[in-house]
Design a protein around this ligand. Structure first.
Ligand code: MRU
Length: 361
């Protein structure tokens, strides 16, 4: 297991700096919520579910650092923290999901002592973390049903322990299928420009003892043509109610190539990644990132710095190219109609908490 992130009893967030992996395994410890925001923006902490978890602890840290008895200022301070996190990575649905839960706890308890509010917020952040781990386990089991006894799977970006509170989504399925004794081989897209596949997914596959080849992104279509890919599994940053998926840039091109070569294109994500408020994927804001991510490699310029660059972090895969979406509930097939899922999602979370309190009793 990788210790990706932990909130300590010293009110610090300790996390593995993912920008340095796999060459350096360096843990960073921060006390100021603004440093958590910086870590999210700079991708030291990344992956939609993990971003949400880190932001939830960041809110707790922001509240902990408030040093005054003035309730009005406390409230202003709280809303400012929430707003600052909302702007950090605008596409990741889990970020907004986590912040909305923190906001709800605050608003339901705003008249309590500051210390009590902090304690309740911490409990909520812990719950978001634990629930994500449990959702990953269930996604793993549900998704592993789609994996045959011997399969070559292609994946993009990083969707494992480094990106979530548990075993991961797409990578969690691969890990679960391997545990079940299936004979798997993984093709890992390097994932330009920040190389999450090359740097992070290979790091995780080594730990899982799963065989793989690292490939350049533009090689995927040719591998499919040569019948070397049985399925593609990716994660998601946000999913619309109609099943449109926004994920790491390059996902659309994989989905188009899968359709052409008649290969299943699967998406794995927890219910907390589905944006029930929006119907279609084109309503999702795609984060545009700094041009230097493209013009430089490890800080070294490969072009003039002033060359014009387009650098969207994500792209949109229309629902009609998605063979199935694997959540913690089940494998969903098109036409996607998550229907009662929204309701099921909230009751499911309540059920998880009930299970926990029964265990404690
Ligand atoms: O920019 P990143 O590295 O945060 O992008 C991550 C992805 O696109 C993942 O596929 C997605 O967040 C799902 S992680 C379980």
């Amino acid at each position: 297991m990788i210790d990706t992130l932990e909130y300590t009893n010293k009110h610090e967030l300790v996390f593995l700096d993912q920008t340095l992996l796999p060459l350096k395994e360096k843990y960073v410890s921060v006390k100021d919520y603004k440093d958590v925001i910086d870590a999210i923006i700079s991708l030291k902490i990344r992956g939609a579910p993990l971003i949400g978890i880190a932001a939830a602890y960041g809110v707790v840290m922001g509240v902990h650092c408030f040093k005054s008895e003035n309730r009005k200022n406390f409230e202003i301070h709280f809303y400012k923290i929430i707003e600052s996190f909302r702007h950090s990575r605008p596409t990741a649905r889990n970020l907004f999901y986590a912040l909305d839960r923190m906001l709800k706890v605050f608003e339901e308890n705003r008249d309590k002592e500051f210390e009590q509010i902090e304690e309740l917020l911490l409990r909520e952040a812990d719950a978001i973390y634990d629930e994500d781990a449990e959702m990953c386990n269930r996604i793993g089991v549900n998704g592993a049903e789609l994996i045959g006894e011997k399969m070559n799977i292609l994946t993009h970006c990083n969707t494992g322990e480094l990106a979530t509170g548990g075993i991961g989504t797409a990578l969690g399925i691969i890990a679960t299928a391997k545990k079940q004794g299936k004979d798997l081989f993984v093709y890992v897209d390097e994932t330009r420009p920040l190389m999450q596949g090359a740097r992070l997914t290979t790091f995780e596959l080594d730990k899982l003892d799963i065989e793989y080849d690292l490939i350049i992104d533009s090689m995927a279509a040719n591998l499919m043509k040569e019948a070397q890919v049985d399925c593609v599994i990716v994660g998601a940053d946000r999913i619309a109610s109609n099943g449109d998926v926004v994920n790491k840039v390059g996902s659309y091109s994989l989905a188009v190539n899968c359709a052409y070569h008649k290969i299943p294109f699967y998406v794995a994500a927890p219910g907390s990644t589905i944006d029930f408020e929006i119907e279609f994927g084109d309503e999702i804001k795609i984060e545009e990132r700094d041009s230097t991510e493209v013009t430089r490699i490890k800080g070294e310029r490969i072009t003039d710095d002033d060359v014009p660059v387009m650098n969207p972090a994500f792209d949109l895969v229309p629902a009609n190219l998605v063979t199935a979406i694997i959540t913690e509930y089940k494998v969903h097939y098109p036409p996607y109609n998550f229907g009662g899922l929204k309701h099921m999602f909230s009751s499911y979370i309540q059920a998880l908490r009930k299970d926990e309190s029964e265990v404690e009793e």
